[in-house]
Design a protein around this ligand. Sequence first.
Ligand code: NAD
Length: 329
Amino acid sequence: MKNDPVKVGVIGVGHLGQHHAKHYKNLSDCDMIGIFDVNDTQSTRISRKYNIPSYRTLESLINKIDAVSIVTPTKHHSSVAKLCIERGKHVFIEKPITQTLDQADKLLKIAKQKNVLIQVGHIERLNPALTALKPYSINPKFIELQRLAPYTSRGTDVPVVLDKMIHDIDILLSLVHSPVKAIQAKGLSILTNSVDVAHARIRFENGTVASIMSSRIAKNDVRKIKLFQRELYATIDLFAHTTEVYRVLENEKQGNPSALIEPFHYDEKSLYISYEKPILEKTDLLKVELKNFISSIIGTETSIVSGVEGRDALQVALKIQNKIIQDLH
Ligand code: NAD
């Protein structure tokens, strides 16, 4: 039996939220009911642009929907999400889930009581440059993650660790399945009164070490990962959407047919290095992410990034941020 379409809304239709509204309008299995934004001019503009009803109050939109994307600045995620969850609505919250761990834990608790879904917008998990690693047996021992972005005032309600670095923290936690053992961090303010550049060294209980660097003051966007493990080295460019994997093979027949294979000698053994650069398909990641949210509500898929995973990434981000603040004082 076919489910009724999920009635969906979007709260906050600024830079990113308008794209949520646009995609819901075109997705199957959902009805785009309307948008709400505290900025009337913005909500009227987006309402006209995409021919979507604009609601004058949050309450009037909530009354009409089953599920909602929350795409307000981060400082409002907690209060808006709490209201929606208490009213039994499924919520897609843009990253980071909230500003504090206490807020995230409260949302998770109420969502459990109300039996509603929380999904978090850590969209990089869908990046084809990252998903290209799936065919390989990934068990990193050292990872370097770098994210630089030109300055924009959007996102400056929180430090760079919660705005930019949290993407890489979420990726890291999805690759290293071990608890965090120790964190060292350093950061500084350049343009804002908050931390604009941050570096963290994270050691996991299984011995893996990660080095993460993020800056919101840069000339160009850079989003790169270098991953090292026994007999494998991968470079991932999340911005250019490219992945390159080098592997050691004992036998040239072990390589994939598409790989370039070069012999080398080590310790009186003849070995091979295979180089693979998978061809990655370009897709609209936000569309895929929101489709997954609707399918998770219906029960045909599971959420790519759950509320708990969003909370876990926030926990590590806040530990890094606290270390930076301690170091600054
Ligand atoms: P933005 O400032 O462009 O838009 C936010 C909108 O929310 C504005 O139109 C504002 O008027 C509205 N708003 C503010 N408070 C509100 C409230 N209480 N109720 C309803 N509307 C409210 O910001 P943005 O760049 O679109 O970012 C929004 C969120 O999306 C942030 O949490 C940010 O971290 C996240 N984000 C995620 C990604 C990603 O890669 N996943 C990228 C950009 C932004």
